[in-house]
Ligand binder design. Structure first.
Ligand SMILES: CSCCC(=O)C(=O)COP(=O)(O)O
Ligand SMILES: [Mg+2]
Length: 226
């Protein structure tokens, strides 16, 4: 029985174009100054991590390359999250979620399902994103937030850890994502899965997993509260 829905963000609840064309350019503009901030311990730690993975390289250049490739690197995600805070708090950024998302999340939550986020975006940026959406503050709908500090999204062990942290058996969790390798990892850990194949994101359907074009179809396919 499904007790918790675990949701990816980019390509699942939020168009990839919003991340690529709005959030990344905002972070790219703020990064050169941020990365020189030697007083912020999170920045110092992120720079130290970059120095370990890319010794002798310019940390700004490393981050810019990661962003160009949409690489899910933890130090980049930490730094981007710091830049986005100002944008969300001053109203420059507002998450334009897929329109089917807020009503479905509310119906699932009101119907007794627990909701949690698992995204490569840092936990502070997940909370900002759901705190400042075009449809208002949705953070109270979620009782768990997980990011790369739990482990990579293509690693089955991460999903085992999330199930344990939520106090649930893996089979009681439904994981929603657009990325086939993430779904395969969750499936390997024993979770139920469904791929969001959003036409706007031109997602390629992945073999061996159920598909849905939006959360309404997920509701129907898995008999979730409507
Ligand atoms: C608060 S998430 C911002 C988008 C982002 O940076 C990202 O990497 C999303 O990746 P996901 O795992 O949600 O596909
Ligand atoms: Mg995604």
């Amino acid at each position: 029985m499904i007790r918790l829905v675990l949701l990816d963000i980019e390509g699942t609840t939020l168009p990839i174009s919003f991340v690529r064309d709005v959030m990344f350019p905002y972070a790219a503009k703020a990064l050169p100054a941020l990365i020189e901030d030697h007083t912020n311990p999170q920045v110092v730690a992120a720079r130290a991590d970059i120095a370990i993975s890319h010794p002798g390289e310019d940390p700004l250049k490393v981050c810019q390359d990661w962003m160009a490739k949409d690489e899910k690197a933890a130090p980049l995600k930490t730094l981007q999250g710091i830049t986005w805070r100002q944008g969300f708090e001053d109203g420059t950024l507002r998450a334009d979620l897929y329109k089917d998302v807020p009503p479905a999340l509310k119906a699932w939550s009101e119907g007794g399902l627990r909701l949690a986020v698992y995204s490569s975006g840092s936990i502070p940026s997940q909370k900002l994103l759901y705190g400042y959406t075009e449809q208002g503050d949705l953070t109270s709908l979620f009782d768990g937030f997980f990011d790369l500090s739990t482990g990579g999204k293509k690693d089955a062990a991460s999903y085992t850890k999330i199930a344990a942290a939520c106090g649930l058996k893996p089979e009681d969790i439904l994981f929603l994502s657009d990325i086939g390798a993430e779904l395969d990892a969750a499936l390997e850990a024993g979770l139920k899965v469904c791929q969001l194949v959003r036409p706007q994101d031109q997602t390629v359907p992945h073999e061996g997993v159920p598909h849905a074009t939006d959360l309404n179809e997920v509701t129907q396919k898995f008999s979730l509260p409507a």
